[in-house]
Design a protein around this ligand. Sequence first.
Ligand SMILES: C[S@@+](CC[C@H](N)C(=O)[O-])C[C@H]1O[C@@H](n2cnc3c(N)ncnc32)[C@H](O)[C@@H]1O
Length: 258
Amino acid sequence: MLSYQHAYHAGNLADVHKHAVLAWVLDYLTAKDKPLSYIETHAGRGLYDLAAPEAVKTGEAGAGIALAESRFPADHPYRQRLSEARAAYGDTAYPGSPLVAALGLRETDTIHLAELHPQEVAHLRAASGPWGAHVHQRDGFDLALALTPPTPRRGLMLVDPSYEVKSDYDAIPKHLSHIHRKWNVGVLMLWYPILAAGPHLGMLTSLSAAFPDALRHEVRFAPARDGHRMEGSGLFVVNAPFGLADETARLTGIFRGL
Ligand SMILES: C[S@@+](CC[C@H](N)C(=O)[O-])C[C@H]1O[C@@H](n2cnc3c(N)ncnc32)[C@H](O)[C@@H]1O
């Protein structure tokens, strides 16, 4: 039974971290003329309204949007995707990762999105018509294994689970290793929450053993409210593009002191 709904959390500080790195990597990859595949295993609904009751209820987007607008340079690919989403969908729109990708990609690129929750997939299908994306109501890892190696072979896979099922932490290193064996040139980007109790630490030990050359980047921030367990956001990137280490060092500065 899936209960997580990203509409309560869209635009929060973890989203800004994840979407800023995603936008930067896609900007880097599209600098070359060759077409790309973009695959997302846990897509969510793709487009959020920060004035909707879910977002207003938690208020989590407040800190994320303030950071985006005050500390990111206006020409950063993430700021550009945010502006493009607002121009297309209104001032309170927030682009989920599928829309960050769709806005950053070209007609020659291919987008595959997996989402399992019936309500989320209905929103995703409704929004993503103009994005030219293939939407699959299917387990994200099943889809990833079925599609890899994709055509075109160059590309990026975002893995952004909700970690509702605690066994995800054990299963993810096995899934990523399997996907990497099938698609050794693909950029694999995994997001994870940094929680006080440290459930992610064992997963990172396994991932680092399997992918010793991967890039890991974490930012810390105060929990969104009393009792909220998330105190930071992490990304683990296999086949990290050239320059991403410098970009994440800049992001460390942008997130400092939160
Ligand atoms: C953190 S949200 C995704 C947010 C999105 N990537 C973004 O940044 O805009 C995780 C999503 O995964 C979906 N989900 C959970 N289990 C899944 C599974 N096994 N396969 C595909 N999607 C799943 C949830 O319904 C939820 O919408």
